[in-house]
Design a protein around this ligand. Structure first.
Ligand code: PLP
Length: 257
């Protein structure tokens, strides 16, 4: 056996913590999908993560997602012609998790399994129209601003059910859940409050049968708070730096202030 790499160690640690948090909440760890967020990752690191069994990748920016998804496809097809390559891991699926501008929807559609960041009716309409043209029903989530930070993207709690109903009624969209981001350096109790509020809206929408049986995901939790998120009911955690580290420069457009 080759020596375990730092990335393999970090990935194992994240998986173990997810499983432990699920058990604490009396949940089946299999209910939680790990999305490895590639923002700070090199192409080699992404390939390594996939070879270690990561099935879901996430990106916050359209350009990066397109670039990285095409790099992965190239690797997959090169492997086919290489005799002693390890058996190819199942190709990963991509999630768009960042803010999406309407004019960037079209090139994204063929590449993504799910768009987590619907935060307006107009964006939903744009994706619905693009889905119609592409002959594709697009999996989407509605992003809630559950921490009520004024500068943050996402739908206000009070507006969520209504917008959710509109999204769910669009023929080329499949509403599969809700997404939220807790405040970055908040205390545990405030982080949990944001996750709980999102879950309450989720339960309310389920009770109203909005989105039907496909509406079953809560995309909550990042590197600093995914254990709380799993305890509060998350089914998809979006973890970047805890897996890939943050040695590589942050993507353009991300300020650190
Ligand atoms: C960057 C990002 C993540 C991952 O953040 P880490 O702190 O690196 O785990 C998760 N969700 C969204 C929406 C992001 O933009």
């Amino acid at each position: 056996m080759a020596k375990k790499t730092a990335l393999a160690d970090r990935l194992d640690a994240v998986r173990e913590k997810i499983a432990a948090a699920a058990v604490r909440a009396k949940r089946d760890p299999k209910e939680v999908t790990l999305i490895a967020v590639t923002k700070t990752a090199t192409p080699e690191a992404i390939r390594e993560a996939v070879s270690l069994g990561v099935t879901d990748l996430g990106e916050g920016r359209v350009q990066q997602l397109i670039q990285r998804a095409s790099q992965m496809v190239e690797t997959q097809s090169r492997r086919k012609f290489s005799e002693n390559a390890a058996p190819a891991a199942k190709p990963p699926v991509w999630h768009m998790i960042g803010h999406l501008q309407r004019n960037k929807v079209k090139p994204l559609l063929p590449l993504v399994a799910c768009i987590h960041s619907i935060d307006s009716l107009r964006l939903a309409e744009e994706i619905d129209a693009a889905g119609a043209k592409a002959g594709k029903r697009v999996n989407v989530m509605m992003q809630l601003n559950a921490s009520e930070e004024p500068q943050k993207f996402g739908v206000a709690i009070g507006a969520a059910t209504h917008l959710g109903e509109s999204i769910a009624s669009m023929p080329n969209l499949q509403l599969v859940g809700l997404m939220t981001m807790a405040e970055l350096d908040a205390e545990e109790k405030d982080i949990r409050t944001a996750f709980r509020r999102t879950r309450e809206v989720f339960e309310e929408m389920k009770w109203q049968k909005i989105g039907g049986p496909a509406f079953r995901h809560l995309s909550m939790g990042m590197s600093h708070d995914y254990e709380y998120a799993v305890e509060e009911g998350s089914t998809m955690v979006r973890v970047g730096t805890a897996i890939f580290g943050n040695e590589t420069p942050a993507a353009e457009g991300e300020s650190t202030d």
